[in-house]
Design a protein around this ligand. Structure first.
Ligand code: NAD
Length: 371
């Protein structure tokens, strides 16, 4: 029987296909052991698509991405394609997906597994057990606002300018995602802007407060200025549950939060679009935060956990399979607790394991958890 869970898998370039292979093993495991099957379709994106079709994303693959329930992405790019013109670069494939799927909500969890608390730049007691979610608005704000440009003033001096701009509906849709996420977690949402110095921040604060009051009275909402939020993230990060913020502040704060957790090889992400009012389905793309890591590609050294954790997010947010997502995340935590590490998270002097050995260790933990 065909599964009603349709996935498009785009492994991409470099370590993308290597880390994706480990997710495929988990998918097979779920099929056999949990009787959950996915209708998986593979596609090309980035350099792989350029080599095969002369474009970083074909119209057919774009159409497939719009038709499935979720896209699981690897990573794109590499030195082979570095000299191509900007519009032809591998990264354009990913940008096209984000744009045409209208993925306005970017979710970046910052989770510190107990076993890795020592790898953080902060003191272990500040980050042990950390589990926060940064929700960044991804399609609006100053990166897209008009007018923008560099002009020459009558004096001959040049002036660079960009426009921070948000409509009420742009703020409202990402705020709703924030409240819904908080409802599935600890029920707390922090909305971040600079209402003290920016009109767009004043509107942001008003709209988020109004949505909280009228639609999500059970979620505990507070507001914070972005500069204070940056400070609080490194002072006492565990005070947060979900943070919702705009494109610019989210760009900076999510990278700051990511570094609380140690390695790039551990960081998953999800990007969500609007909910279809009739089916309730959201466009969704899940991907590790890291790139294609050409320096270690093809050597079996990549840490597959960011991709595995992205798959866990897919289970949770696209298919409401919280129990299965918990199981995958628990398997990751148990493997780390057992001391197994790929090179990027290994302690000095420790013998690292390979990408596929890490995959095998996850499967063996899943077997134990399912027993
Ligand atoms: P990168 O994330 O690929 O690598 C940065 C460093 O982290 C490298 O030393 C790499 O070996 C290491 N690293 C990354 N992921 C790892 C993993 N899973 N396990 C172990 N180590 C890991 O960033 P970069 O080097 O700046 O970029 C390389 C290429 O990737 C470029 O072509 C860039 O454009 C592209 N890129 C793509 C994406 C994406 O597909 N979303 C994101 C960032 C960069």
């Amino acid at each position: 029987m065909a599964s009603n869970k349709k996935l498009l898998v785009l492994p991409g370039d470099g370590i993308g296909p290597e880390v994706m292979n480990e997710v495929r093993r988990i998918v097979d495991w779920m099929d056999k052991r949990r009787h959950v099957s996915f209708d998986m379709q593979d596609g090309l994106c980035g350099g792989a698509a350029i080599d095969a079709h002369g474009t970083p994303l074909t119209d057919e693959t774009m159409a497939d991405a719009l038709a499935v329930d979720a896209v699981l992405f690897g990573s794109v790019g590499g030195p082979k394609w570095d000299d191509l013109p900007f519009a032809m670069k591998p990264e354009r494939g990913l940008l096209r997906l984000r744009k045409e799927m209208d993925l306005f909500a970017n979710l970046r969890p910052a989770i510190v597994f107990d076993a890795l608390a020592d790898a953080s730049a902060l003191k272990p007691e500040l980050v042990a057990g950390l589990d926060i979610m940064i929700l960044r608005e991804l399609t609006g704000g100053i990166y897209f606002g008009e007018p923008r440009g560099i002009e020459t003033l009558p004096s001959g001096e040049r002036r660079g300018f960009n426009t921070q701009s948000y409509t009420e509906s742009e703020i409202a849709r990402v705020a709703r995602v924030g409240f819904e996420l908080a409802g599935k977690r600890q029920g707390r949402l922090t909305s971040v802007e600079k209402a003290n110095v920016m009109e767009s921040g004043v509107l942001w604060r008003e709209v988020v407060q109004q949505i909280g009051d009228t639609e999500f009275p059970n979620i505990k909402l507070n507001h914070m200025y972005a500069d204070n939020c940056a400070m609080q993230l490194v002072r006492a990060p565990k005070q947060f549950d979900v943070i919702v913020t705009d494109n610019l502040f989210g760009d900076i704060l999510s990278d700051c939060a990511a570094m609380l957790t140690g390695s790039l090889g551990m960081l998953p992400s999800a990007s969500l679009g609007a909910e279809d009012p009739t089916t309730g389905r959201r466009m969704a793309l899940y991907e590790p935060v890291h790139g294609s890591a050409p320096d270690i590609a093809g050597q079996g050294k990549a840490n597959p956990l960011a991709e595995v954790l992205s798959f866990a997010m897919l289970l949770r947010y696209s298919f409401d399979m919280g129990e299965d997502a918990d199981m995958v995340e628990k398997a990751v935590a148990n493997v780390l607790a057992s001391g197994k590490r790929t090179g990027d998270i290994a302690a000095p002097g420790q013998q690292p394991i390979s990408t596929s050995e890490m995959g095998a260790a996850i499967l063996s933990e899943l077997d134990k958890l399912a027993a």
